[in-house]
Design a binder for this molecule. Sequence first.
Ligand code: HEC
Length: 83
Amino acid sequence: MVFMCWLLVSTIVHAEGDANLGQEIFLEDCERCHYNDDFATQDAATTAEQLRALKAGDEDHRPDLAGLSLQEIADLAAFFAGE
Ligand code: HEC
């Protein structure tokens, strides 16, 4: 039961985005084209919104970001915002 609660809590916290995981994705998939401070002037919510639009294909972006999960988007947004 204690373990279940821990799982629940960590899932909720995690849903807000983990900047460390975001950095890993950034280094692997984004760094060849973007600087880590490319989106530092905007808050995480704005970056996440842009990424959801890119994922949905509303805006052109190469590479195609359709494969990003919503969790990965939250992680990336937290990373770019320097959280
Ligand atoms: C092959 C090069 C390339 C890669 C790799 C790349 N991008 Fe981009 N990205 C661009 C270009 C070019 C633009 C458009 C110019 C700009 O806004 O800087 C852009 C724009 C964006 C924007 C702004 C969209 C908007 O609404 O203005 C975001 C957010 C973004 N990229 C996130 C990412 C993330 C996250 C990754 C890694 C998962 C990534 N990009 C990987 C080239 C790339």
